[in-house]
Design a protein around this ligand. Structure first.
Ligand code: A2P
Length: 276
């Protein structure tokens, strides 16, 4: 069981294929293409983020690419993820288009955004994208245990990440355990409940007990469970706040209080209701 940042992996989680994903990333879901997105990515890079998560479906890969280019940060210092939009047909062809929009030679991680049309049909194209050097690592998103198992049954190269909605209120314990058993890292999106969990009384109490903010507690809880976590903000001061999660540790009692907020019954599902 991976237990989060520790002496062996303080900054990044080592994936099954030996690539390393930084524990904290900036997610740009719902950030419009243009100055807002360019600024968010630029500030994040200035503040020491080394991990940016975008997607074909977000429509903002060009802004991410612009900020990366303008930042002057060496390419190998940033972990960039994009996602195959399964409304398309050919993951390898779409990866090449993403690279053009991003202005990059490769992404660090390329994942199937959701299992539209079933969990396996797109995988050969994902493997091809990796073979062609478009992506260092490949994985999935929004896959439940059953879908992961079906994919493992046919894959030549196994997925190394499953990115899912994961938070104190969505503590998908059975999905986490099954993923870990396969050496698939779950990665958390919407850890703040798109902002709605920040005022929860238990979260606030734990934050006060630790002299931290609710956002820092919600993010730290994810990494202490071994999940690389994506936080979204378009405000520089919030990006700075969210990055301060590696200089404190939630106690076992704090973790237990937060674990108890789960509303999913420790589910093995990745989503409560499919949008596809
Ligand atoms: P904004 O982008 O206006 O700063 P999630 O990561 O769960 O999707 O949550 C993202 C939402 O939480 C966004 O609406 C973002 O707003 C807000 N947010 C992110 N970080 C913080 C923070 N440290 N304090 C308050 N709100 C935050």
């Amino acid at each position: 069981m991976t237990t989060g940042p520790n002496a062996a992996s303080p900054h990044a989680r080592v994936l099954a294929d030996s690539n390393k994903v930084p524990w904290l990333g900036l997610g740009v879901w719902q950030v419009p293409d243009g100055p807002e997105c360019v600024n968010a990515v630029r500030w994040a890079l200035e503040l020491g983020y080394h991990h940016i998560d975008t997607a074909q479906a977000y429509g903002n890969e060009e802004s991410v690419g612009r900020a990366l280019a303008e930042s002057g940060v060496p390419r190998e210092k940033v972990f960039v993820t994009t996602k195959f939009n399964p409304n398309g047909k050919k993951p390898d062809v779409e990866a090449e288009r993403s690279l053009k929009r991003l202005g990059l030679d490769y992404v660090d991680l390329y994942i199937i955004h959701w299992p539209k049309g079933g969990p396996t049909w797109a995988w050969p194209g994902m493997e091809r994208a990796r073979e062609l050097g478009y992506a260092r690592s490949i994985g999935v998103s929004n896959f439940n245990v059953d879908e992961l198992e079906k994919l493992f049954a046919v894959a030549t190269v196994y997925p190394v990440i499953n990115q899912v909605k994961f938070s104190v209120f969505e503590y998908r314990r059975k999905l986490l355990d099954a993923a870990e058993a396969r050496n698939v890292a779950l990665e958390a999106y919407s850890p703040l409940g798109t902002g709605s969990y920040l005022s929860d009384p238990t979260v606030t109490r734990v934050a006060e007990r630790n002299g931290r903010t609710p956002a820092q507690v919600l993010l730290r809880w994810c990494v202490q469970h071994g999940l690389p976590v994506l936080a979204k903000s378009t405000h520089r001061e919030r990006l700075a706040e969210n990055a301060q999660i590696f200089d404190f540790v939630l106690s076992d009692a704090d973790m237990a209080d937060l674990d108890a907020l789960d509303t999913t019954g420790r589910t093995d599902r990745a989503v409560e209701s499919a949008w596809w």
